[in-house]
Design a binder for this molecule. Sequence first.
Ligand SMILES: N[C@@H](CCC(=O)N[C@@H](CS)C(=O)NCC(=O)O)C(=O)O
Length: 120
Amino acid sequence: MQRIMLYSHPYSPNPWKVVLTLEELNIPYIMKFVNFTEVKQEPYTLINPNGRLPAIKDPNRAIKLWESGAIVKYLIDTYNKEHRMATTIPHQRTITPSNGCISRYPARLLITARLRDSAI
Ligand SMILES: N[C@@H](CCC(=O)N[C@@H](CS)C(=O)NCC(=O)O)C(=O)O
């Protein structure tokens, strides 16, 4: 598998949701930091026309993608082969926020336990 390119910034939160997802799913990646002064101009806007971080390029599927929630969903849908993250139980998938990757980590276990306790 070729490494995914993640465009990121050390001090902004949204790219780190993607990092957590890549790490959790053991997806190989390279992280490139982009200065905020460069996000609204080419070449970065050729990757993300919205001029915001994060964005990814996945050479395995020839895909460019932006919006952290969309990226997290794409990575899970594409690479979550061992179900390390999102639950496979349909009603719990519905309740787990689709763009809140944080909730898929230890908090997911908490949510699952609470759902079981409250018998939703
Ligand atoms: N909804 C977007 C928000 C992206 C966003 O606002 N990114 C910030 C950094 S966390 C950014 O790029 N700011 C620079 C700018 O808007 O010029 C996402 O979740 O990816």
